[in-house]
Structures are given as C-alpha cells and as structure tokens.
Design a protein. Structure first.
Length: 342
C-alpha cells in the first residue's frame, strides 16, 4: 500500500477523494492509507485503494453496521487494519421496521442517485417520490432512469409522468443491455464521480451496472427475469457493492427495494414538493396543515387548478408518515416517534 504522505490526494481524486476528506486528517494520520469501502458484511468488510481491492482487518468489537459502501476510511498500510471512518459528504440511509427501527446505512459519498424504474407495471409515481425524498435528503442529485424503453410504445407518457414528480428533475430512457446506455448516463459517470443504482427488483439495475462497467468487466453481476403478469423481478443483487465503471467513475449497486418507509426526510420532502413548500408562507396561519384551515393558499391552489390535488394528497401522506416515523428527543433524552406536523 502506498504511503498517503507521498502519493497525496491527487491520485485519489479519480476514486472520489476531495478536500472534504483531506480537511479531516490530523498530522499523525498522514502515513495512514485512505481506502473506500467496497462491501459490508456482518463480520467482514472489503475495500478498494490505490493498489486495488483488499480485505480489511477489523479491530475487536467493530460494528460493521456503522459503515456504508462508499465510505472513506483510514487503514494502517502494512496490515490493512481499520483505524477510523471519515465523515461522509453524503449519506443515504433508512430505518427498518416500518420506518421506526434502527438506521440502516445504504451508501455513502454518492454524487448522483440513479432511480431506476422500467416502462411497465413497475412504474409507480408514488414509490418514485419516496426514492426522490431519500435522494434529496441525502444531498445527492437524483436522476430517473427509465429502462426497458424498447418494450413500450408509450415512452413519452412515462417520461412526462416522471418529469412531473420534481422540478428540474433529469429523466433519461435507456435499453440497459445496449452499450449506448453508457453514453446516455456518461454526464454523471466521469472520473471521480460516484453513482448509486436504486429501485425495485427486476428493473434492470444489474444489467445496467454490467453495461456501465464495460465489456472488460471481470465480475459481471448476475441478472434475472421478471414475471410478465406484474413486472416483479427476483433479487439478483443480495448486497451493496462498489464497482469501477468504464467512464472512470464508480457505481454502487443495491438490492431491490419495493417497500421504503420514510423517516428523517423532512427537507427531502420539501424539495420534492417545492410547489407546496413555496405556497405555504402565503397561508393565513403559520402552522397551517393545508387540510381544513381557512385562508389556506395550498388548498386554494388545488381548487383553482394550479396544484394537482393528487400531488397534495401524496404530500400529506408522506408528511404524516415521516412525522410519525422520525424519532424526537423527549423527556430523559429518550427517542420516540414524532407526532403531529412541524
């Protein structure tokens, strides 16, 4: 393993290193080696560094649940012993158990989240909005990737519905099996850029990973078929993993998530429903719930056609779910579910 003090951060920039991580180093850590977490399992982790992939040695009592694929960590060069995790620039996470359980770290240090959905029965605007709220809250750039575009005669409708989900939302359509897909996604996959693939099973995430990685990829991801009746696929990706791709960037593949309970994503919802967020200050009451109060600017916009009533209904559902699932510090500093609207 090369000495970080002699290599400096410049060669690491291709792997996503930036000044954000350099500023966290102390003088006595300059001899340590920075590497990125490639896989996380219950009792082991692997990483990739300047000299390629390696298995990390873990100190006693290390809890691997505190690390995410894509994390930057410092290790001892000679032994590959984990020393510490650097604070991530972005972090995608969710709660288990209907949104009120422990926090699960999904991926770290992502620039762009490719929210992958296919042009068939899998396409679900309400579910896509959940992914968008998650991406917004994490500080990543969301991009809707429509796969199986070659199997539909109504691609324009799918694109229009996706573009309407969030202001200025990039939406692209690809045939994940064709090499041309890499060119469509190239603006987000350059050297030093990290993207994550997220979506349901069977939408083509693993196929897309193989295409982005290029024909020389040594370990292609397994792919599976979908059931034509409901467009649901089998889980071919069973864990999160970091991969180098042909464009010089990095991609994190994730298992399919058909159910996503929201919590801790208040700002992400505000960004997702910007048209409602911007109307709220015009309401008569400062704590307006946009449900029944007189002088509500949001309800007025829904009545006169400026705001889609279905969007308002979905906003209310996500707000209520997020409020209920997001822990708050109560008496005795014990976390509990948030109640009511903020």
């Amino acid at each position: 393993m090369a000495d970080f003090a002699t290599t400096g951060p410049a060669p690491l920039a291709v792997m996503g290193w930036s000044e954000h991580y350099t500023e966290q180093l102390t003088p006595d850590e300059m001899a340590l080696a920075p590497v990125r977490i490639a896989t996380v399992h219950r009792a082991r982790m692997s990483a990739v560094g300047l000299e390629g992939p390696l298995k990390l040695m873990l100190p006693p009592k290390t809890n691997t649940q505190n690390y995410a694929v894509g994390d930057w960590v410092l290790i001892e060069p000679e032994t590959a012993m984990l020393v510490r995790r650097l604070k991530p620039l972005t972090l995608v996470q969710r709660r288990h158990d209907s949104g009120r359980g422990h926090v699960q770290l999904i991926a770290a240090n992502i620039d762009t989240m490719f929210i992958v959905t296919s042009c068939n029965a899998d396409f679900n605007p309400a579910r896509l909005e959940r992914y968008l709220a998650l991406a917004n809250e994490a500080g990543t750039t969301p991009v809707i990737v429509l796969t199986k575009a070659d199997t539909t005669e109504d691609l324009a409708r799918y694109r229009a519905e996706a573009e309407a989900l969030q202001r200025d939302l990039p939406v692209v359509s690809v045939n994940a099996r064709e090499a041309a897909a890499a060119g469509v996604l190239a603006p987000w996959c350059g050297p030093g850029q990290t993207v994550a693939l997220i979506g349901s099973s069977g939408v083509g995430k693993s196929t897309l990973l193989n295409t982005l990685a290029g024909p020389d990829y040594a370990a292609p991801q397994a792919t599976g078929d979908i059931r034509e009746a409901d467009a649901k696929g089998r889980h071919t990706t069973t864990g999160r993993s970091l991969h180098a791709i042909a464009g010089g960037g990095w991609v994190i593949d994730t298992p399919g998530m058909r159910t996503l309970h929201l919590s801790d994503v208040g700002d992400g919802i505000d960004t997702l429903f910007a048209e409602i967020t911007e109307l709220a200050p015009e309401c008569r009451f400062r704590d307006c719930t946009h449900a029944h109060e007189p002088g509500c600017a949001v309800q007025a916009a829904a009545r006169d056609g400026r705001l889609d009533p279905e969007r308002l209904a979905r906003w209310r559902k996500l707000q209520d779910e997020n409020q209920f699932n997001t822990p708050v510090v109560g008496r005795g500093n014990r976390p509990g579910p948030a109640r009511g609207r903020r």
